[in-house]
Design a protein around this ligand. Structure first.
Ligand code: UD1
Ligand code: CA
Length: 491
């Protein structure tokens, strides 16, 4: 049967005490609202309608940037309740027939299997919902069942009697409904409750009044839990992190300290890779097999091939690191960097929009930007590509097997032929008319002046003496002046 999804994300999220809409708060680096959207995509729901209200424009922009036309937004101008929110999707679902899944923008850990179970449980019934047995169901709607165990209504906590509040089975706010029943039912919902809002779960009562049964499935409380405060956010973050880390460890990845390792749910890691304490793999990083990523390194948006060794405290963002490369400690690989097989990038080396071909080495204190460094070329300590004149960026091209001496400036645009030796301290610019294998030095010969240090010292000493003498003279004249004034006053 065709499936559509409505995701509720218009609420204020007052209890977050935040200037940022609740559904935009990140969990494991990704805004909360993205979780139900990606679940709906995984379930092949179409259309996917997100109900926006609070900070509607920002939420809409984010969704469009990430999911394009796969997601439609419907505006709920005033937050009149969850029932009213779903009604705002009616227009977008006008020509749709089938099952409408209703998800909550603030329930991020819900799994696909649970939704498949829910859809199956609904079968031909008009409505199905997800419930959970909670140790503390305070604040949740309670699921009321008849003597045969059939769900007859959901009563919100604030509207519930003491006897109803004693029920621990809670409505988790996740539904599957037949489209036609849904919108007919929503129009029959009133606001006769403690908050004066249109309550979506009132659909259960409406179905029951028509002798239609609501199906229910029980799910894990943590999986179906909503985020209302930052405490909840932190709890789900920890839970998610543990789940992700456990999955990797079971798949053959060693985490030396899982409690301090942050791996995005979207990252992939191949077996026998060892990850040290305090490492973060943000977003869709992929790491190959037999890699070592040491303490405190942060990787984002990058592809790391097999056998790569990333030494402590390296930052890799938007890089392609090929087999057996060694990076760090304290290296910074920036977007557009392609580090070839067996390359070495050492401490305090920064690369950006640069290709280092196989076997190239830059071991100490360098900036390599907008450059191509040839195979096996050695970049000496302190070498800088001067790629920016304040207005535009220029390229540096260095051939294969070049030896670049320490403290070299490559003033781009500049090209260095294969096998050239650049003398230490060289400042090079333009296309150099040199045969491969030449020595290029721009360093000037040393100028030697014997006895210079003694002259320098003597000159400094003379200047100092002169200064002291002048200061003495000044104080003398000043004193004499004062004495004269006193005399004139007395007379
Ligand atoms: C809701 C259910 C409750 C259930 C609980 C599970 C209702 C009336 N109650 O309560 O039975 O136990 O979820 O977490 O539905 N929203 C809108 N527009 C609105 C109001 C809410 O888009 O006008 C969105 C919110 O942004 C949120 C979701 O709907 O994503 C749930 O709303 P919330 O106010 O948190 O409902 P609860 O009081 O938690
Ligand atoms: Ca809620």
């Amino acid at each position: 049967m065709p499936t559509a999804a409505v995701i509720l994300a218009a609420g204020l999220g007052t209890r977050m005490k935040s200037d940022l809409a609740k559904v935009l708060h990140p969990l494991a680096g990704q805004p909360l609202v993205c979780y139900p959207v990606e679940l709906a995509i995984a379930l092949k729901a179409d259309p996917i309608v997100v109900i926006v209200g609070n900070q509607a424009k920002t939420v809409e922009t984010l969704l469009f940037e990430r999911y394009g036309r796969r997601v439609t937004c419907a505006l709920q101008r005033e937050q009149l309740g969850t029932g009213h929110a779903v009604l705002c999707a009616e227009k977008a679902l006008k020509s749709f027939k089938g099952t409408v899944l209703i998800l909550s923008g603030d329930v991020p850990l819900l799994e696909k299997d649970t939704m498949t179970r829910l859809i199956r449980a609904r079968g031909k019934k008009p409505l199905a919902l997800v419930t959970a047995q909670l140790d503390d169901p305070t604040g949740y709607g309670r699921v009321i069942r008849d003597e045969k165990g059939r769900i007859v209504e959901v009563v919100e906590h604030r509207d519930a009697s003491d006897a109803q509040r004693a029920i621990r089975e809670a409505n988790m706010g996740i539904y599957a409904a037949d489209r036609d029943f849904l919108f007919k039912g929503l129009k029959a919902i009133g606001t006769n409750n403690d908050q004066g809002e249109y309550y979506l779960p009132d659909l259960v009562r409406i179905a029951h009044a028509k002798r239609l049964e609501t199906a229910g499935i029980q799910a894990d409380p943590l999986e179906t839990r909503g985020v209302n405060t930052r405490v909840h956010l932190a709890e789900l973050e920890r839970h998610l992190r543990r789940a992700v880390n456990t999955r990797h460890m079971l798949a053959g990845v060693t985490l030396l300290d899982p409690e301090s390792t942050f791996i995005s749910p979207k990252a992939t890691i191949d077996r026998d890779t060892v990850i040290g304490p305090g490492v973060e793999l943000r977003d869709a990083v992929s790491v190959g097999a037999h890699c070592r990523i040491e303490t405190g390194s942060i990787l984002s948006n990058s592809r790391i091939a097999d056998g790569v060794h990333i030494q402590p405290y390296s930052i890799i963002d938007g890089g392609e690191i090929r087999n057996d490369a060694i990076i760090g400690p304290f290296a910074r690989i920036r977007p557009g960097s392609d580090i070839g097989m067996g390359c070495h990038i050492g401490n305090f080396v920064e690369t950006k929009k640069s290709t280092l071909k196989d076997g190239a080495k830059a071991n100490h204190l360098s900036y390599i930007g907008d450059a191509v460094i040839g195979c096996r070329t050695n970049v000496g300590a302190g070498t800088i590509t001067c790629n920016y004149d304040g207005y535009a960026k220029y390229r540096t091209t260095v051939g294969d097997d070049v030896l670049i001496g320490s403290d070299t400036q490559l003033i781009a645009p500049v090209t260095v032929p294969d096998r050239v030796v650049l003398g230490a301290g060289t400042s090079l610019t333009g296309k150099v008319a040199a045969q491969p294998g030449s020595l290029i030095v721009t360093r000037s010969e040393a100028v030697v002046t014997p006895g210079y240090r003694d002259k320098l010292q003597a000159r400094a000493l003379t200047a100092k003496k002169k200064q002291a003498a002048e200061a003495k003279k000044k104080t003398k004249t000043a004193k004499a002046g004062k004495a004269d004034k006193k005399k004139t006053k007395k007379s």
